[in-house]
Design a protein around this ligand. Structure first.
Ligand code: SF4
Length: 79
């Protein structure tokens, strides 16, 4: 049995401005549809991607990425 991570990823397509930043950073988790809006490919990614997910969440210009299982963005100092 594969160990399932505790993270849950979702993204707001309505507020996505198709910047592609999350897709460049985590192509195994995020993709874009034909309009360029974010699509979550893997909503339960492994815990090994925690830091990258934090960076992707913080890097989204419209705060369209939510990650359950990570500390809130307030005070996030991940480099
Ligand atoms: S970083 Fe944010 S705005 Fe850019 S594609 Fe991803 S969800 Fe959309």
């Amino acid at each position: 049995m594969t160990a399932m991570g505790s993270l849950r990823v979702s993204a707001e397509r309505e507020t996505c401005v198709t910047s592609s930043l999350c897709v460049y950073r985590l192509p195994q988790v995020f993709d874009q549809d034909e309009e360029g809006r974010v699509v979550v490919l893997d909503d339960r990614p492994p815990d090994t991607l925690r830091d990258e997910l934090r960076r992707a969440r913080r890097g989204c210009p419209t705060r369209s990425i939510q990650v359950e299982g990570l500390p809130s963005e307030e005070g996030d100092t991940t480099p």
